[in-house]
Design a binder for this molecule. Structure first.
Ligand code: T1G
Length: 697
């Protein structure tokens, strides 16, 4: 008998218990243990009904994702399901926590399902580039009908127990929190009342009702927009459709074939890499797991602008009071007004209640004085990207804030050590770089200064989790990880237009790769003046920053969406970027001034120059220890800039392309274009020489 699955009898109920922390995933030991326990239950004459229950935090949460990509070991899950379904004795699944993927499929292979009121169920395989591969696409529709099954399987969304009851996915929802007791009571009832074996595969009414339905093509059409570039959502529709066109066993075969297609796709590899990477980044290299974390029960924020207001909302959303300081009442009122408007919009969309709007607004207190920060556990500065202003602010904070208060800057590029030098507590100073809009974007790029204490590092990572962000701890350099790479991409994109490409050609190459927005549409969103100010600051500090046609736009007040014209033009009430011949003229004039003869530029060159320059910079970031692992860079780009998760992040994508290909291109552009950005990274060269990848680091 395996130690992860045990069998025992309680009266006339044979109990199969899974105990495989952390989430009872269906690893090989669990699968073979389930079969062994089932056979024990079937051989146990005293057992009239069998009960499947799990120890720990949750019912089975799915296949063991760590096994993917490795040789499959018998028994495969569909085989386990078939044996449970063909059991001569009724089998009851008792669900608590989250029954997901293969976990829900296991429950669907049983004959009855009882759940705690707090339980959730779902088939989230699509989020991993897969589809339910153990009968879920054939059994779920037999309980819910086509539309609900398609919704659940193509979104991967979880369904709460009460709704699962309504949909027929579970047969009963019980109060209480002891799933074993709830399961046993339900199973005893089945014994007393003599419930028969009831196989989901034999249910036909929903199949008959939806045979020939248009719903499959309706979902395909909707996915063309929502799931652009993705592979598995469309395979999900094909698999569910088979439940309505084929007999059950042939439907299972169809599902298996489609599942294998998804398993083989690079998108599955990318999405699973992203799944684990998102969890790995919270385990900071060199930071002991038991590093003390300071309490953060009150937060101060300086600056009630777009960023400050958005940051304030993150804390109010989780019940942490915020003091929001501005220098002028008018700016403070405006900032508070924007926050309220954002909450009211969420209420209008049904995302939060009106009561929550008021509760959250009540947690945000406006102020015009730093004195109101004196009791704050953490203060976050969110003002202009100007070092002098920031140092002045941090000196004042150092004087006002209590000992042990964490002083954080939301700076997106500037030197944390220099900011810390304005205080007597550099060990308490840290960067917390939020991404705009701060109340929406999931990434929080936490930046350690050279003197930032381990406690402060651990605390800002814990705060990221608390405010439902994905926190990544990075080192201190110009632009840290995200913007340092973004600036290289931006400079190449600008140069490509100088040389002959159009802005829309460059943007299309990037959106075809899977970004939600191209480089220049993003510049229009952020504001052309933002980049212009940064370039001017760098020019004023003596850096050699080439002039560009974008500077011309800024100088002509074409600042982007906020002026209805930037790189693109915008119509009233619309954010849709429309190419503007006036910009083509500005670009042409700039080329003439610079003596540039425009040339045809291929999409491939645009892709390589925009993306490989970033990867080369990412390799330098790893060399310098600014990022500890390539997966940290992947997560920064997925959650900070919308890099498509199905490609796993820029560094994972580079590994899939092959680092030798990347290096050859970098060396080619270094020869052709020169410039530090194309100087091949030493690490990249070493990895290629050793035949290794970023993922091997
Ligand atoms: N396999 C292996 N490890 C898993 C896992 C899984 N399915 N799910 C979670 N873990 C690990 C995770 O890496 C972390 O490890 C720990 O458990 C806690 O997770 C045939 C093919 C269940 C809602 O997609 O959504 O079934 O970091 O930090 O926030 O059709 O984990 O502690 O070492 O996320 O409380 C389908 C994925 C698989 C569910 C819990 N199932 N998991 O969230 O904790 S494919 C899923 C989750 C499949 C079948 C197909 C969440 C959670 P460590 P956590 P959490």
């Amino acid at each position: 008998m395996s130690e992860v699955v045990t069998y025992n009898r309680d009266g006339s109920v044979g109990v199969i218990t899974v105990n495989y922390p952390p989430v009872n995933a269906l690893g090989h030991a669990v699968r073979s243990g389930l079969l062994a326990a089932l056979n024990q239950g079937l051989a146990d004459a005293e057992a009239k009904v069998l009960l499947l229950v799990c120890e720990g935090r949750t019912f089975i949460a799915g296949a063991d994702i760590r096994e993917f990509g490795k040789p499959i070991q018998e028994p495969v899950l569909p085989e386990v399901m078939n044996q449970f379904e063909n059991s001569s004795k009724p089998v009851i699944a008792a669900i608590h926590g989250t029954a997901l993927g293969g976990g829900l499929e296991t429950a669907l292979g049983c004959h009855y399902r009882v759940a705690l009121g707090s339980a959730k169920v779902g088939l989230p395989e699509v989020k991993l580039g897969l589809l339910p591969g153990a009968g879920g696409t054939q059994r779920l529709p037999r309980l819910t009908g086509a539309r609900k099954a398609l919704e659940m399987i193509t979104t991967g969304d979880f369904v709460a127990a009460p709704q699962a009851l309504e949909l027929g996915i579970v047969d009963a929802v019980e109060a209480g929190d002891d799933i074993r007791e709830v399961g046993l009571a339900y199973a005893r009832k089945a014994v007393e009342e003599g419930w028969p074996v009831r196989r989901v595969r034999d249910l036909t009414d929903k199949v008959e009702a939806d045979k020939g339905s248009e719903v499959f093509d309706e979902f395909r059409a909707a996915l063309e927009k929502k799931a652009r570039g993705l592979f598995s959502p469309f395979k999900c529709v094909d698999a569910v459709e088979a439940a309505f066109t084929l007999p059950f066993d042939e439907g299972l075969q169809r599902e298996r074939a489609l599942f294998s297609e998804c398993m083989a796709s690079p998108q599955r590899a990318g999405l699973i890499h992203a799944f684990f990477a998102e969890r790995e980044v919270s385990k900071v290299k060199g930071l002991a797991k038991d590093t003390p974390v300071r309490d953060v029960n009150s937060v101060g924020i300086i600056g009630a602008g777009t960023m400050g207001g958005g940051i304030a909302m993150n804390f109010a959303n989780v019940g942490i009071p915020v003091t929001l300081v501005e220098v002028k009442q008018e700016a403070l009122d405006k900032g508070l007004g924007v926050i309220r408007k954002n909450y009211e919009n969420s209420a209008k969309k049904g995302r939060i209640s009106q009561q929550q709007v008021e509760e959250r607004m009540a947690l945000i207190t406006g102020s015009l004085t730093y004195d109101d920060f004196k009791d704050a556990d953490m203060v976050i500065e969110a003002v202009f990207e100007n070092m002098a202003i920031k140092k002045e602010i941090f000196a004042k904070l150092d004087a006002v804030c209590k000992p042990g208060a964490i002083l954080a800057s939301n700076t997106s590029t500037l030197d944390i050590d220099e900011i810390a030098s304005a205080t007597a507590r550099p060990q308490d100073v840290v960067g917390m770089h939020f991404f705009s809009p701060a109340n929406v974007m999931k990434l929080l790029e936490n930046v350690r200064g050279s003197q930032t204490s381990d406690e402060v590092k651990a605390t800002v990572m814990a705060v990221a989790k608390k405010i439902k962000k994905v926190g990544v701890l990075v080192g201190n350099c110009y632009g840290f990880v995200g913007n340092r790479m973004l600036h290289k991409r931006g400079a190449e994109a600008m140069a490509l237009v100088n040389e002959g490409a159009t802005p829309q050609q460059v943007d299309k190459v990037l959106t075809d790769l899977g970004y939600p927005m191209g480089q220049f549409a993003m510049s229009d969103l952020a504001g052309i003046d933002v980049g212009y100010r940064i370039r001017q600051e760098r020019r004023n500090s003596g850096e050699d920053v080439p002039l560009s046609w974008l500077d011309k736009l800024a100088e002509q007040d074409r600042l982007g969406q906020k002026t209805m014209a930037g790189v693109y033009r915008y119509e009233e009430g619309s954010r849709k970027p429309i190419p503007d011949p006036a910009v083509d003229a500005i670009i042409e004039e700039f080329r003439k001034e610079q003596g540039i003869t425009p040339r045809q530029i291929t999409d491939q060159e645009i892709l390589e120059r925009c993306m490989f320059v970033m990867i080369n910079e990412g390799a330098k970031i790893l060399e310098e220890g600014i990022a500890d692992r390539s997966l940290d860079i992947d997560i920064v780009w997925i959650y900070g800039y919308g890099f498509p998760a199905y490609r796993g992040g820029p560094m994972f994508w580079a590994d899939q392309i092959g680092l030798d290909t990347i290096l050859n291109a970098v060396e080619k552009y270094y020869d052709e274009l020169g410039g530090d950005q194309w100087q091949p990274s030493a690490l990249l060269k070493k990895l290629v020489a050793d035949g290794r990848s970023f993922g091997d680091l």
